[in-house]
Write a protein that binds this ligand. Structure first.
Ligand code: HEM
Length: 403
């Protein structure tokens, strides 16, 4: 499908065949990113991984992700953090059992704590740690970052209108980047102080690893201080919202389908115990290409009852989410695929399984499953329009919830 977004032609691939063309066969032509205001103002002038143009800087960043930041060894070494933080959410939910809660708040805290301990070396968000931002402020800043990186900013499609900032987004981006920079400067100063105090300091967290890489004279392209800040910000943002949103949707879908919920709990109990001419399409240079995973996911020639929540459909198919099967691309595919997918999967699977196994779930105020609202908000991570309010009750021995 050919569209026009302001000054730019846009080609939308809504089939498995076109997804494969854009993301695999001809991917080299489409691996760039448009120069958006978000990339300019919120990620140090495209110095992060997400918004950096295709080229040696971005390739080097992806190598760092693969070899250093998200290597299996490093992710395994942080297993204890995921376990501790999961335990902490189970404990906190148990404390408030019987009363309606907004689950997303707990899930965001969980993923933020996991990612900040892995990336920053500590929670940074604990009031007690004399931190420079409060948890609520930090969550708001991350929400704003996610929102502003997912908005349709008029100036990005009609560049001659850019200077007017008609929606006020650019102004908000500038305010946000100042706030984030203050925090990241503090983080880097603290890390450098620790590194300089000890000879042969061994990297303990991802910021340490990035600072070490920034000191490496053999790097093909020097990683500057603003690059370290931009990568750090990418990881904090990438690692928080997507995982929390996924688990909130999963539990909402399960609450609507009590039979499937029961089956999942029973299984847990059983297992654990209690770019131009492309494939015949003429795509002019400069066309922005979008792969509509939404349309592919709702294609009735691929999926039986595509709108229905039927997790058991995956039991019958050998299909994975790691960019090999173009029918299902939650992390994208090809060169620009999500580099944090393995961490995302670990956090999502462990938290969902523990939450289902650990609690009986119900809707508040005698709400029926049919009444549960499932509307979405358009944006980078498609969160729920109305956060899930739910009641939990422990279903395992109480000693398991203690800290
Ligand atoms: C549920 C979890 C997650 C989902 C669904 C998800 C999804 C995605 C998607 C769809 C993309 C774009 C792929 C493309 O442009 O073709 C992406 C890119 C990215 N993700 Fe994730 N992600 C998740 C978790 C994470 C985590 C945990 C991190 C880091 C800690 C992360 C960091 C990134 C980065 C840096 C990029 C940009 C890659 C590039 O442009 O080269 N993501 N993610």
């Amino acid at each position: 499908m050919q569209l026009q977004f302001g000054s730019f032609p846009v080609a939308v691939g809504s089939s498995v065949e076109m997804a494969k063309v854009f993301l695999k066969t001809m991917d080299i032509n489409f691996v760039g990113r448009p120069k958006t205001a978000a990339g300019k103002y919120t990620t140090y002038n495209y110095s992060d991984i997400t918004w950096s143009p295709y080229g040696s800087y971005w390739r080097q960043a992806r190598r760092m992700c693969l070899m250093e930041l998200f290597s299996a060894k490093r992710l395994d070494s942080y297993e204890y953090i995921r376990a501790e933080e999961l335990h902490s959410i189970l404990h906190n939910l148990n404390k408030i059992s019987g009363k309606p809660i907004l689950l997303k708040d707990y899930l965001t805290t969980l993923s933020l704590n996991v990612i900040s301990r892995m990336v920053l070396g500590k929670r940074y968000l604990d009031e007690s740690e004399n931190s420079i931002v409060t948890p609520d402020e930090f969550k708001k800043v991350l929400d704003e970052l996610f929102l502003l990186n997912g908005v349709l900013n008029i100036g990005d499609s009609i560049p001659w209108l850019d200077f007017m900032d008609l929606q006020g987004y650019v102004k908000r981006m500038k305010v946000l980047s100042k706030k984030f920079d203050k925090f990241l400067e503090h983080v880097l100063d603290e890390h450098n102080a620790k590194r300089n105090a000890v000879e042969n300091y061994v990297a303990k967290d991802m910021v340490d690893v990035l600072l070490q890489l920034a000191d490496d004279p053999t790097l093909e392209i020097k990683l500057e201080r603003h690059g370290v800040k931009a990568f750090t910000q990418d990881m904090l943002a990438g690692g928080t919202e997507s995982s929390a949103v996924t688990v909130e949707w999963a539990i909402s879908e399960l609450l609507k389908k009590p039979k499937i919920f029961k089956k999942a709990t029973e299984e847990l109990d059983r297992v654990i115990g209690q770019n131009r001419w492309v494939a015949g399409y003429d795509i002019p240079k400069g066309t922005r290409v979008l792969v509509s995973v939404w349309t592919i996911g709702r294609d009735s020639t691929l999926w039986d009852e595509p709108e229905a929540f039927k997790p058991e459909r995956f039991l019958e198919k050998s299909i994975d989410v790691k960019g090999h099967d173009f029918e299902l691309l939650p992390f994208g595919a090809g060169r620009r695929m999500c580099p944090g997918y393995s961490l995302g999967l670990k956090v999502i699977q462990a938290s969902l399984a523990n939450l289902l196994h650990g609690f009986k779930w119900s809707l508040p105020d005698n709400m029926t499953p049919e009444e549960l609202n499932m509307e979405e908000i358009f944006g980078l991570s498609t969160p729920k329009k109305f956060p899930l309010s739910t009641v939990v009750e422990p279903r395992l021995p109480s000693k398991l919830y203690s800290v």
